[in-house]
Design a protein around this ligand. Structure first.
Ligand code: NAI
Ligand code: MG
Length: 492
């Protein structure tokens, strides 16, 4: 494990007086296998010849070999899903489907400690986040959609609803189990069957979910998990017998998928990138706002599509906010994801670290002013210090492009109209935050923002009952809430 790095706290605030003891989460009790295949038609399929390695980004050490699914594997999975759809799942009453989904939710809760530890080992996120956010929210999604399974007729009054068939789902690496839950839970509740592909850097909790699904006794083929890389995902998207495609990931791949699906009659939802504006008015509670800024950009190392990665701060409070923010940043603990004190864990992969570094270099080259608190990063593993840029202009790359790392770009505004114009000046439209003491102002600004999710005086709050999704290049379709049923149903 990487060495802990709470030096910034000691140095900046307390000199030599204050020491953080390490608070390691033990991982001896988790049973990670050396290799993982796929889960198809209720069977754990052998790993086969083509494989890839998933590693621990905090140590760079390999964890397990994982099967690389090809077109034939995907075809097998789609056939299993079709059979399960035709023979059992689409015919089963909603109240019966609900029992299985509740069972999955409860088993996630029972195994939550194991899932949290594996999530942190495979993906690099701090244990306090996987333990308190990812895993509980994954269970909550299954609970929530279990509740809908026998009430679909009430979700859309006056209309009749039908399931679609086989859903092909592709998920990213930033919230591996949670994204699996966002995809699988509504699909099952609405009577569809699933072929899902986890991301190649974080397949392990999906395979633990396969074990849960197996133990829960779901009819074989209702959920199929195929491991692999981009081409495996493409094979799912392009399979003729897939009725619905749901994708979360980069805007670039989202566009490829949209082109591939065009004209096929497949239903599509895309949840893509973002460049969320976190707007701080001068009447906001500043200390709370600073906490919201930190949570908005440093949560999950900034690997968050809805991250508040552009700070829009009213000009007259700029200096105060930035001073407080810098002081707060110097208390962030960067390092070992399995340490319970860690605020910022490992960057998910070497490739992602390179992307972040390239964009940060561009920020420096373009003349923005960079600040990083004093902190020592572990010698091995992929780590990046929390970073803010001031003196950023709207045309800078760091103001336009998604960095997907712990890097904040700060811009200023003078009037509410200017705040709205700057916030909307992006190809994306996923999430924004607005901080003000006045409710009427919050609502007026929220109404003018081109953004799927808008938080008022908070940031990065998630609930399965609340719909989530984007506008513009952030994609379309909603996940969560009653809205999240719609992409999996034909409504007449
Ligand atoms: P990506 O979009 O390549 O990967 C996401 C998923 O799509 C993975 O499971 C991958 O195997 C799969 N995939 C890749 N190519 C595919 C294809 N042609 N057809 C079907 N599936 C395919 O994202 P990547 O390369 O990991 O990250 C690049 C950037 O994308 C990040 O820096 C970030 O800006 C953004 N991103 C956004 C996410 C979000 O939550 N909206 C999640 C992950 C990345
Ligand atoms: Mg990994």
């Amino acid at each position: 494990m990487g060495k802990k790095s709470s030096k910034s706290v000691r140095d900046l605030l307390f000199g030599d007086l204050w020491e953080y003891a390490t608070a390691p989460q033990s991982s001896d009790f988790v049973d990670i296998k050396d290799s993982y295949g796929h889960y198809i038609g209720g069977e754990f399929v052998d790993i086969g010849e083509e494989t890839f390695t998933t590693s621990n980004p905090a140590t760079e050490e390999p964890i397990a070999e994982v099967a690389l699914g090809d077109e034939a594997t995907v075809d097998k999975a789609v056939k299993a899903a079709r059979k399960a759809y035709d023979k059992t799942w689409s015919k089963m009453p909603g109240r019966e489907r609900a029992k299985y989904i509740y069972r999955i939710a409860r088993m996630i809760q029972e195994k939550s400690r194991n899932l949290a530890v594996v999530e942190s080992i495979d993906g690099g996120k701090p244990i306090k986040e996987s333990r308190d956010i990812d895993i509980p929210l994954a269970a909550a999604h299954f609970f929530y959609y279990a509740g809908w399974a026998d009430k679909l007729d009430y979700a859309f009054p006056g209309a009749s609803v039908n399931s679609l068939g086989v859903a092909g789902q592709i998920i990213p690496w930033n919230f591996p189990l949670l994204m699996a839950a966002w995809k699988i839970a509504p699909a099952l509740a609405t009577g569809n069957t699933v072929v899902i592909k986890p991301a190649e850097t974080t397949p392990l909790t999906a395979m633990m979910l396969a074990e849960i699904i197996d133990e829960a006794g779901l009819p074989p083929g209702v959920v199929n998990i195929v491991n692999g890389m981009g081409e495996t995902g493409a094979a799912i998207v392009n399979h003729d017998d897939v009725d619905k495609v749901a994708f979360t990931g980069s805007t670039q791949v989202g566009k490829i998928i949209q082109r591939a699906v065009a004209g096929t009659g497949k239903k599509l939802t895309l949840e893509l990138g973002g460049k969320g504006a976190n707007i701080i008015f001068d009447d906001a509670p500043i200390d709370q706002a600073v906490e919201g800024i930190v949570n908005g950009i440093f949560f999950n190392q900034g690997h968050v599509c809805c991250a508040g990665s552009r700070l829009l701060v009213q000009e007259n409070i700029h200096d105060e906010v930035i001073e407080k923010l810098k002081r707060r940043m110097s208390t962030l603990v960067v390092g070992d994801p399995l340490d319970k004190n860690t605020d910022i864990g490992a960057i998910n992969s070497r490739e992602q670290l390179e992307r972040i570094t390239t964009l940060v270099d561009a920020g420096v080259d373009e003349g923005a002013e960079m600040f990083q608190p004093r902190c020592s990063l572990p010698d091995t593993g992929y780590f990046f210090a929390p970073t803010i840029f001031t003196d950023v202009t709207p045309s800078h790359r760091i103001a336009q492009e998604e960095i997907f790392g712990p890097v904040l770009s700060v811009l200023t505004f003078r009037t509410p109209d200017e705040a709205v114009k700057k916030a909307n000046n992006t190809p994306y439209g996923l999430a924004c935050g607005v901080w003000s003491d006045k409710g009427s102002k919050l609502f007026r600004i929220a109404g003018a923002l081109e953004s799927g999710v808008i938080w008022g005086n908070t940031y990065n709050k998630f609930d399965p009952g609340s719909p989530f999704g984007g506008y513009k290049e952030s994609g379309f379709g909603r996940e969560g809430g009653a809205h999240g049923l719609l992409p999996y149903l034909e409504v007449r």
